[in-house]
Design a protein around this ligand. Sequence first.
Ligand code: OSB
Ligand code: MG
Length: 377
Amino acid sequence: MLTLKKIVLREIRLRLKEPFRISSGVVDERRILLLELHDADGAIEWSECVAGEWPNYSYETIDTAWLAIREWLAPRVLGTSIRAPGEVYDLLGRNISGHNMAKAALEMGCHGLAARKAGTSLSQSIGGERERVPTGISIGIQKEPPALVERAKRALADGYRKIKVKIQPGADVDYVRAVRRALPPDTDLMADANSAYTLDDADHLSALDEFALIMVEQPLHRDDLVRHARLQKRMRTPICLDESITDVARCEDMIALKSGRIVNIKPGRVAGFTVARRIHDLCQGNGIPVWCGGMLESGVGRAYNVALASLPNFSLPGDLSPSARYWERDIVTPEWTMDANGMVAVPRDRPGIGVTVDGDRVDDLTVRSEELRSRTA
Ligand code: OSB
Ligand code: MG
C-alpha cells in the first residue's frame, strides 16, 4: 500500500564524457528530470524521466514532462491510496492521452517505492529472474568511419556483448562495412537509424544485408508500420522497432503486419513497467525477442532498466552500459559497473532500486526544483 504525500521534481544537468549524436540530433549535456517520491509513512524512492531536451526521438521533452507531471499526472497519485503499483498505469491513463515518458517516471517510481517499502528488490518485485544482465553499447555517429571502428574495437575489448552503431544517410553503409571488417566475424553487430530513412531508401538500406547484422533498428518514421512491413519484405536483416512501439496495440500491429521481428523495450517510452511487461509477454508468446533500450539515463533511470531487463524474455543484450561509459561521475552509489564478460549485476539483494542517490551531488547539479504536495495526505 502506497500513499504519496510529496513529490520533488528536480532538473539536473549532467555532461556526457563525449557528445552523443543520433540521426536527429546531438546531446552533450543531459538535462535530466529526477523525481523524489515520498510516502506518507516516510519511505522515499527516486525515479527518472527519460525525456530529452528536444522533441526529436519523441514529441515529449523534459519541459513538457514537467508540465504534465505537475498539472495533470501528479495530482492523480498524490494522496491516493494505491494498493499495488500495478494500479498506477490505469490511474494515470484515464482520459489523458500520450505523455508516456511523464507517466512512466511516476509509474516506475511507484514500483520502486513499493519495492523499497516491502524490503524487496525492484527486480524481484516485478518477477525478474536474472542475477546478471548482458550488456551492449550504443555508439553515436562519428565524423569518419575510422573513429567509429576505434570505438567499436574498444567496446568489444571492454566486454560488450553487442555493438550498436547509429546511422543516418551519408553515414551508413560505409561505416557499417568498416566496423564489420574490423571486428571478429561472429560479433553481434547492429545499426540504429532513429527514423532517418523513407521507403524510397529501401534499395540503399538493403545494402546492409551483406553485413549479417543481427538487426536494423527503426529505419523509418515511428508511424510507418505499413512501410516498415514493406521494407522488411525486401530486407533479410531483421527490423527491430523502437520509437514505433508506444503501447501494446502497436506491438500487436507490428506482429500482425510483420513490420518487424524484434522489439526494443524502453519502459520510459511505454508509460512504465505495466505496459513494458505486457509487451514483453506478448512478444514472448509470439517468438519475438526483446531487449531493453536506453535513453542515456543517469544511475537512477538505469536501475529501472536493469530491473526490467532481468525478466526472462529479455534474451538479447540491452543498451545498459555502465555509469563510466557516460559520466565522469554518476549520481548514485555504487555506480553501475560491467564485468569483463559484459554483464551488469542486478542488485537483487538490496531493497528498492538498489542504489543510493548522492543527495549532495544532486543538489550541486540541480538547476530548478519544485515540490508537489498532496492536498489531503
Ligand atoms: O534510439 O536507442 C535509441 C539515446 C537517445 C535516444 C534514442 C536512443 C538512444 C540510445 C542510447 O541508443 C542507448 C544508451 O542509453 O546507451
Ligand atoms: Mg533506438
